[in-house]
Design a protein around this ligand. Structure first.
Ligand code: GTQ
Length: 348
């Protein structure tokens, strides 16, 4: 036995001896633990809306929203099997509420956004105030606030749920409660908060209108507001070569991300345009709102059609091509990464 081999054998003996004491040698895993750049376990993946919808409607025949509490199909990343995660930090699901149904009131530490995929006129109520949900509206249910959903229309209502479930799980800091009644008592007419906080204004300080939590007042970002804004921008501005025409949704309380752990934005790539390659450390979930084209992710082409949902994990090079004007909604954990001062991007 050479000296090197003898040493290796002694090291192996050492590892085996200390394993029952729950001690492991860093030098065997250091290169994996501290990498030069992100190498996500998550895969690039696209969910076809019509296919997912068909399964969701089948579930609708078999279990009520009330019984399920939330009737949702989780979009689980194929690289993160069993984790109920679409990226290592974020969750996505498609939620169905059928006509006449309610999803009971609860509150939890996790922050949620809802992006309406289909249906018109159901509601999410937040601390007793309804947001009437229309196609491609963004509705927030921030952590700690009571929320329930209901559908009094005659059409199914489907939206994408984006939550920070894996982030909160990482910190072992989750709490949840069911509301004792069925629906939280109505606290304000629908649209009240949007009127007060959704137009670059706010109630005068100290006024009785200060009903919403100061750090997170606004919870409805209607398509009817964001879509024309994107068009107006695209009509005269030159597009950002890496992003397209992009607008981030902001929290009016501080000008920051919509929620502490989740950032959200929309973008428009004009027909015939293509973005320059870009990487970012925030794995991002995209929803195709309009148009067609493709996402070239690390050289692999993913076709984009309306209502498709595509996940691009951290540090994958992304190029977007629009054959028809593409309008995308996106959310990511950039909000968390900014706070931790670890966010990075690379542009060609
Ligand atoms: O609507 O509160 O998709 O608590 C997962 C967990 C939705 C919700 C989900 C939830 C909700």
């Amino acid at each position: 036995m050479t000296l090197a081999n003898a040493q290796q054998a002694q090291l192996q003996e050492l590892y085996e001896a200390m394993a029952p004491s729950h001690l492991t040698p860093l030098w065997e895993s250091l290169a994996d633990l501290v990498r030069p750049f992100p190498r996500s376990a998550a895969h690039v993946h696209r969910w076809d809306y019509d296919e997912a919808r068909a399964y969701l409607m089948r579930a609708g025949d078999l279990i009520s929203a009330e019984k399920a509490e939330r009737r949702v199909l989780i979009l689980e990343n194929p690289g993160l099997a069993g984790q109920s995660a679409i990226t290592p930090s974020l969750y996505a699901g498609l939620q169905l509420i059928l006509p006449g149904e309610i999803a009971p009131c609860h509150r939890h530490s996790q922050c949620a956004l809802r992006f309406v995929m289909e249906g018109d006129g159901a509601f999410t109520a937040l601390d007793g105030e309804k947001a009437i949900m229309r196609p491609f509206d963004l509705v927030l249910t921030p952590g700690g606030q009571w929320h329930d959903h209901g559908n009094t229309t005659d059409q199914p209502m489907i939206w994408l749920d984006g939550l920070d479930i894996p982030t909160v799980r990482l910190f072992d800091a989750q709490f949840a409660e069911h509301y004792s009644g069925k629906a939280f008592p109505e606290s304000a007419p629908a649209g009240d908060t949007l009127a007060r906080y959704g137009h670059n204004m706010r109630p005068m300080q100290g006024s009785v209108a200060d009903r919403r939590p100061a750090h997170q007042p606004l919870f409805h970002y209607p398509y009817a507001q964001w879509r024309p804004a994107l068009d107006a921008m695209a009509a005269h501005a030159t597009m950002d070569p890496h992003l397209g025409h992009a607008l981030e949704f902001v929290n009016p309380a501080d000008g920051g991300s919509v929620m502490p752990t989740i950032s959200a934005h929309v973008r428009l790539i004009p027909a015939g345009a293509q973005t320059l390659p870009r990487k970012s450390s925030d794995g991002t979930i995209f929803v195709v709102v309009e148009g067609r084209g493709s996402a070239m992710v690390g050289g692999r082409e993913v076709a984009l059609s309306p209502r498709d949902i595509v996940v691009v994990p951290s540090w994958n090079e992304l190029v977007l091509q629009a054959s028809e004007t593409l309008v995308l909604f996106a959310y990511s954990d950039k909000a968390s990464q900014d706070k931790l001062q670890i966010y990075r991007e690379w542009k060609s």
